[in-house]
Design a protein around this ligand. Structure first.
Ligand SMILES: [Ca+2]
Length: 202
């Protein structure tokens, strides 16, 4: 499956992709089979998960993320190429891996690795609206039409480290678009940074 943005494939696999995709898959399977626990050379998500997030698209000009849930009842959500992470200043280009530059709704799903106990902080820089849920709970949103801007901070208290289900609903109405999902780890200080690809899977 097409993945855009950062990649965390091992170098050995990347070299072999140029030679033979089939060969690369065999090499990857070998790594998965032989890597001892705790020293895996496989994708960071582990052998049971693929890197990056899944996404599907619907096409309407909306003004609020609530409308994504409503349209999903009647429109088919068309799958697009997966996303390594969410760190896009899209400008006027096509939205993520969709087929349109405007009037796009994206439903992004997968898992996020929260490997420390404590309070994670999350925020968006977005244009237009975006909403984050983790483990079924809304963490942060900036839900309506707006230019590039940062959301408020949302907090997720993690008692048990691990992989949690994540979803991001996002839409671009007109003109330019931006979608960046940022976090700050428990105990860390300073600016939030983009959630890295290695912490995302599907
Ligand atoms: Ca816009």
């Amino acid at each position: 499956m097409l993945t855009i943005g950062a990649t965390n494939l091992p170098e050995e696999i990347m070299k072999n992709v140029n030679v033979s995709r089939v060969h690369a898959l065999v090499v990857a399977a070998g790594l998965l089979a032989w890597a001892p626990a705790g020293q895996a050379q496989a994708p960071a998500a582990g052998p049971d998960k693929k890197p990056g997030l899944e996404v599907c698209y619907m096409y309407k000009f909306i003004r609020h993320v609530d409308e994504i849930t409503e349209w999903a009842k009647t429109l088919q959500c068309e799958p697009g190429g997966s996303l390594a992470n969410l760190d896009f200043y899209g400008g006027v280009s096509k939205v993520l891996t969709s087929k349109e530059e405007d009037g796009v709704m994206a439903r992004i799903t997968g898992f996020i690795q929260l490997e420390k106990a404590g309070a994670y902080k999350f925020a968006f820089e977005s244009n237009d609206g975006a909403r984050l849920k983790i483990d079924g709970k809304q963490i942060v949103e900036d839900p309506d039409v707006h230019d590039d801007r940062f959301s408020e901070l949302g907090t997720m208290e993690v008692a048990k480290p691990g992989w949690y289900p994540i979803s991001v609903d996002f839409f671009e109405r007109k003109s330019t678009w931006t979608l960046r999902l940022l976090w700050r780890l428990p105990g860390a200080e300073g600016d939030l940074v983009p959630v890295p690809a290695m912490a995302l899977a599907h």
